[in-house]
Design a protein around this ligand. Structure first.
Ligand code: SAM
Ligand code: SF4
Length: 336
């Protein structure tokens, strides 16, 4: 590493960058987007070369894990060029992990190439095993295509983790089926609490909210869950399922404070760096990037100034039955 590492004001080393490579998506999940989303003009987006420069700067500053997300990362034109470019940092050992979060729709097409680029694990978002409900949740998604995509990932040798947003009245009656299905197939499973991000057009988040405390209690009626000490620097806690040997994660940004060990920052597809998912403060990295095409020093300086502003934690709170701490941007913009 050529530069001193990124350490924030609370002595947390920043080693994990999540990068949204597009705000576009082939689905319109009800908790994530309004059906008639307006997307950014293409000129606003970082080019693949700009994404490369930015990520490379972060890797030089000690980032060891890159997660590519969106929107749907695999619908960004030419995205494999970017994965291929990032694989050079795996080859040098500077980057320890290159991974992505995807809705799975394009995995049949890209799983093999992702594996060739050094990707070993993918997170696939799947909230239900019922094709009709899947259609209702994603609005535009096709269940069979996602199932086939997951099969393609497994065939290519990728480890698949399933991410499910816990939704009252949608998948609360399916949690046991999902644990059994993931256990039988060897997929880790993570439940995520729905977060108050972005205008989603008429949907009520408090109606959707199914606390993971309640979900865990419901699971324990059928499964033997044992806490494991694993932490990833993120908001997940893990348990082992006695009956399947599988692992379940719970991401509870709303009911637990996980911020003290936060090691991550998020880059939007337009080059804004968010030091915290739950705060509005951001730093524009696109301006120094574009103003100095041949010189990364101003960019590195902007990254360092931004990390100095990383807050202690977030302010999400549903406890007063109003959506406190809501942030106006969409998850698809910042990257989930
Ligand atoms: N399109 C890809 C996908 O769906 O996996 C990557 C981007 S998506 C924004 C990343 C993750 O954020 C998904 O697992 C999705 O379920 C989750 N997500 C989106 N909106 C959310 C919200 N309001 N609350 C909690 N999770 C959300
Ligand atoms: Fe698209 Fe992912 Fe958002 Fe669903 S959660 S609309 S798949 S970006």
């Amino acid at each position: 590493m050529s530069e001193p590492r990124l350490i924030d004001p609370f002595a947390r080393a920043i080693t994990y960058l999540r990068v949204s490579v597009t705000d576009r998506c082939d689905f319109r999940c009800v908790y994530c987007m309004a059906e008639n989303m307006e997307f950014l003009p293409k000129a606003e987006l970082l080019t693949l070369e700009e994404l490369d420069r930015l990520c490379t700067a972060f890797v030089a500053l000690g980032v060891e894990k890159l997660r590519i997300t969106g929107g749907e990362p695999l619908v960004r034109k030419g995205i494999m060029t970017f994965f291929r470019a990032m694989s050079r940092h795996l080859a040098t050992g500077a980057l320890k992990e290159l991974t992505l979060t995807t809705n799975g729709s394009q995995l049949r097409r890209f799983a093999g190439e992702l594996r060739d680029c050094g990707v070993r694990r993918v997170n696939v978002s799947l909230d239900t095993l019922d094709a009709t409900k899947f259609r209702a949740v994603t609005r535009w998604g096709r269940f069979a295509q996602v199932m086939d995509g997951i099969d393609a990932a497994v065939e290519a040798g990728l480890k698949v983790k399933i991410n499910a947003v816990a939704l009252k009245g949608v998948n609360d009656d399916e949690i046991h089926d999902m644990v059994a299905w993931c256990g039988a197939r060897g997929h880790d499973l993570t439940f995520i609490e729905v977060m108050p991000m972005g205008d989603i057009g008429g949907e009520d988040r408090l109606d959707q909210y199914y606390s993971l405390k309640e979900l865990r209690r419901d699971l324990e009626a059928r499964w033997t869950l044992t806490d494991t000490p694993e932490r990833t620097g993120g908001p997940a806690r893990y348990v082992r399922v006695g009956e399947t040997g599988g692992r379940i994660g719970f991401i509870t940004p709303l009911t637990h404070n996980f911020c003290e060990s936060c090691n991550r920052v998020r880059l939007t597809c337009t080059g804004q760096l968010y030091m915290c998912l739950g705060q509005e403060d951001d730093a524009d990295l696109r301006a120094p990037l574009r103003a100095h095409p041949g010189d990364d020093a101003p960019l590195v300086e902007a990254i360092r100034r931004a990390i100095e502003r990383k807050p202690r934690g977030h302010d999400f709170d549903y406890s007063r039955r109003t959506v406190e701490g809501q942030v106006s941007r969409h998850m698809s913009h910042t990257g989930g």
